[in-house]
Ligand binder design. Structure first.
Ligand code: ZN
Length: 305
């Protein structure tokens, strides 16, 4: 009996020390795996050089359809922590995360947001629209949550994380002011944003646009002929000047919509390519969240004016 108690106590002490130890799985630096390019960018901004960050998804990659490769699984199992967006954005990765749950620390960053403010959706198993990064206020909340999590996992660097976080939140404030000023130059009746899929509902709600996505909330559903016809009618009725391609969604549906509008004798332009569910190339200004947001707003406002 005593032996048994001793055995279980040892297991208990061992598991506690595992949880609390600051030792990382690989080397000295905290090894962090991230999913979307937006999350990767944020983690790099807060973590700086003192952590190692591996992003699974690259530029132009659609998170709704993304499946984990074998290489990804080994990265995930070696990770000290996995930060992902959540609310079932990464629809095909959810199972992988759930299976890993016991051995690897996984954090869905969007879980910190108050659900009462979110846009409901029957399409996602989460029951919410997951495209939360298009409200800068939510991105600030996520920045603060991420900073807390990194500080818990790597307490010796917590002061640096705090400092980086503060600097980044200031940049987000500046971004928010800038885009509000840019949008103010577009007359209210021209604020209709039509894109390939419904990624911009939070953007529309926060910054005053009517938003319509041809493919619905997820790219996993295709737009039907009827959807195209109905949207073409609306474009003509409201005299919408431009519609937009998205970098992570094939452009054929938006081109089909443009053709349908033309067939009715009205000309709608393709206003440009927006970054919706993925950032641009890492080397470009659109390769980071702030640059992407500014670029999207400039492109939208210029084309709809
Ligand atoms: Zn999406």
């Amino acid at each position: 009996m005593i032996k048994k108690i001793l055995f279980f106590s040892l297991i208990f002490i061992f598991s506690i020390s595992c949880v609390n130890s600051n030792k990382t799985k690989k080397g000295d630096k905290l090894y962090v795996v991230t999913t979307t390019t937006m999350i990767t960018d944020l983690v790099k901004n807060i973590g700086g050089d003192v952590i190692e960050v591996k992003g699974l998804m690259g530029s132009g990659v659609d998170p709704h359809l993304y499946k984990a490769s074998e290489g990804d699984v080994s990265k995930l199992t070696n990770a000290d922590v996995v930060f992902y967006s959540g609310l079932h954005l990464e629809g095909k990765l959810v199972d992988v995360f759930e299976k890993m749950g016991r051995n690897t620390n996984t954090v869905a960053l969007a879980e910190v947001l108050d659900k009462r403010g979110l846009i409901g959706s029957e399409y996602f198993a989460s029951n919410y629209d997951p495209h939360i990064w298009f409200n800068i206020k939510y991105w600030k909340e996520i920045t603060i949550y991420l900073t807390e999590k990194l500080s818990e996992l790597d307490p010796k660097n917590s002061l640096l994380f705090e400092k980086n976080s503060k600097a980044y939140l200031d940049k987000l404030d500046i971004l928010e002011n800038k885009i509000i000023q840019t949008i103010a130059t577009l007359p209210k009746d021209k604020r209709i944003l039509i894109t390939a899929h419904d990624a911009f509902n939070y953007f529309g709600k926060q910054y005053g646009f009517e938003v319509i996505g041809l493919q619905g909330l997820s790219t996993a559903t295709e737009a039907g002929v009827q959807d195209v016809q109905n949207l073409a009618k609306l474009i003509i009725e409201k005299q919408v000047k431009a519609i937009f391609i998205e970098s992570s969604v094939p452009k054929r549906t938006i081109e089909a919509l443009q053709e349908a509008v033309k067939a009715e004798g009205f000309d709608v332009k393709i206003g440009g390519t927006l970054y919706s569910d993925a950032l641009g190339n890492a080397e470009t200004n659109e390769g980071n969240y702030i640059g992407m947001f500014q670029y999207n707003v400039n492109t939208i406002v210029k084309a709809l004016k």
